[in-house]
Design a binder for this molecule. Structure first.
Ligand code: SF4
Ligand code: SF4
Length: 124
């Protein structure tokens, strides 16, 4: 399960993630980081404990059920998103239609900018 974390203080001032890893013993993968926001991947079994501990520390926590929105009606299956996505979320199926493996998304938004039909958006 991916969590979007919004930190009240910049990461270099408060090591929230390191504290939560130490206190819970959970392996947390960092998908994307800015100075005050992080997307992390947490094992399903540990996500409740991890989310509440972040919350107790004053960190905003949102569970990301949906990472990228694909408007299939608009899509012309041009493949531009396949070329630019760094984590290979998009592939062609056997009939040259776009397939998504959304769980691979790190919300970099590169595909959103690359799509000529504005068929992709990141969930706010
Ligand atoms: S770039 Fe946009 S239009 Fe092209 S395949 Fe991807 S989603 Fe469809
Ligand atoms: S937001 Fe980034 S990682 Fe997610 S599908 Fe688009 S290009 Fe790939």
């Amino acid at each position: 399960m991916k969590l979007l974390l919004k930190y009240p203080l910049p990461l270099d001032e408060m090591p929230y993630t390191a504290e939560v890893i130490l206190e819970t013993g959970t392996k947390i993968n960092i998908d994307r980081a800015t100075r005050d926001e992080l997307i992390v991947d947490v094992p399903e079994d540990d996500v409740d404990d991890v989310a509440s501990l972040f919350h107790e520390k004053g960190v905003g926590v949102r569970r990301l059920q949906e990472l990228i929105v694909w408007d299939e009606e608009r899509c012309i299956h041009c493949g531009a998103c396949i070329s630019v996505c760094p984590t290979k979320v998009f592939t062609f199926d056997t009939s040259w239609k776009i397939n998504l493996e959304e769980e691979k998304c790190v919300r970099c938004e590169v595909c959103v900018k690359a799509c000529p039909l504005s068929a992709l958006a990141c969930v706010e």
